[in-house]
Design a protein around this ligand. Structure first.
Ligand code: IPM
Ligand code: MG
Length: 385
């Protein structure tokens, strides 16, 4: 490493430090969660994304319109289309989220978002940051809540993945110090950890879940995971009626496939990257990532999405119309509950249980051997009655 390389690296790190320290101060300034019941009109932004995103989001928006017909008619709720979050557009302006799209998103209270293509080095797109990750940071959506349920196997899990810090905080701004040496950074803040842990424990308390598992790799990633673990344990002290246990991510990943042990788990709280990985594994027990919705919750905004990507291969092979909308429909049910329309959210989840697991009159296969996305959406509305 030459002196020039070292100075360039130090300047880069100094900029990251300034930015993360400012963020830590900002989030530590207490603010309350928005109260949707006090709004004159609640605006739901519908953002199709790209790949199969627009197809599955359209179906979810149709169901949302159907379930909120009265509120929309009374102008209590508005569904607003937000275009422009396509990979072509993002690549053209070299931004994870184009400025005008971000400005529109910020005018909404909650967002229903289709998958967006995440560029990676060598795939032909400029290597810009993921739109998901950027949106979570821009809107400070610090909690990624992902439920997985398989009642007949006793699986009833809710993951609280920290959504703005960890390996993702500056994930697109690592450092190639020399041709030999590359470094990435991982970030834990006090408030960032406390707020996700609190939300997980509050959820457990409000929903009668008897156990919260704190998951880290604090034996190796001693500083940032160590901080996450000790702060989460401090929060646990305030919830004496709930059993807290601690797991390392490697053994927890194994235990999720242990049929005897996995029934005991209920709520998990964990740093960003572990949460990303393990929720894909968990969703597999329920039928795959295509069945799983995800809520990204902040104090001011919330965004609801599928847990999977935009499946560009399905589009390239002309199969977009056979895409499975269930993940977006589950996300829609979470959105409804989040804005206080719990009854409609429960109805939608119930209808999805019937269509996906019980009656299965139409089946999605992702190809012309099954029904189309549109037909499945209509089937759900029919079952909703
Ligand atoms: C998810 C996805 C995203 C993530 C990708 C698309 C950037 O895998 O929502 O889990 O890593 O968070
Ligand atoms: Mg993921």
């Amino acid at each position: 490493m030459t002196e020039t390389q070292k100075q360039a690296a130090l300047a880069h790190i100094a900029a990251l430090l300034d930015e993360q320290s400012a963020r830590a101060t900002r989030i530590a300034q207490k603010s309350e969660f928005i109260d949707y019941s006090k709004l004159e009109k609640l605006v739901i932004g519908v953002c199709g994304g790209d790949g199969i995103g627009p197809t599955i989001t359209q179906e979810a928006a149709n169901v949302l319109k159907y379930l909120l017909a009265n509120e929309i008619k009374a102008e209590k709720i508005e569904l607003r289309d937000i275009g422009g979050l396509t990979i072509e557009n993002r690549a053209a302006c070299g931004k994870a989220i184009p400025d005008e799209v971000l400005a529109e998103l910020k005018k909404c209270h909650v967002i229903l978002k289709g998958p967006t293509t995440t560029p990676q080095a060598g795939d032909g797109w400029p290597n810009i940051e993921s739109a998901n990750v950027a949106m979570r940071k821009e809107l400070d959506l610090f909690a990624n809540m992902r439920p997985v349920r398989v009642p007949e196997q006793g699986i009833d899990w809710t993951f609280f993945r920290e959504n703005t810090e960890g390996a993702y905080a500056v994930g697109s701004r690592g450092l190639n110090v020399t041709d030999e040496l590359a470094m990435d950074f991982t970030v834990t803040t006090t408030e960032g950890t406390r707020r996700i842990a609190k939300l997980a424990y509050e959820f457990a308390r409000a929903n009668g879940k008897e156990r919260v598992s704190i998951v880290t790799k604090a034996n190796v990633i001693k500083t940032t995971d160590g901080k996450f673990l000790s702060l989460a344990k401090e929060i646990a002290e305030e919830y004496k009626e709930i059993v807290t246990d601690e797991w390392y991510i490697d053994i927890l990943t194994a235990k999720l496939i242990d049929e005897k042990r996995r029934r005991d788990f209920r709520v998990f709280v964990l740093p960003n990257l572990y949460g990303d990985i393990i929720t894909d594994e968990a969703a597999e027990f329920q039928g795959g990532v295509g069945t799983a919705g995800s809520a990204n919750i902040g104090k001011q905004y919330a965004m609801f999405e599928a847990i999977h990507g935009s499946a560009p291969r399905m589009v390239a092979e002309g199969r977009a119309k056979y895409a499975d909308p269930c993940s977006m429909l589950r996300a829609t049910a979470m959105l409804l509950s989040h804005i206080g329309k719990t009854c409609q959210g429960d109805r939608l989840n119930r209808a999805l249980d019937v269509c996906m697991n019980e009656e299965k009159r139409l089946v999605i296969t992702g190809r012309d051997t099954g029904c189309t996305c549109r037909e499945f959406g209509e089937y759900v509305c029919e079952v909703l009655g």
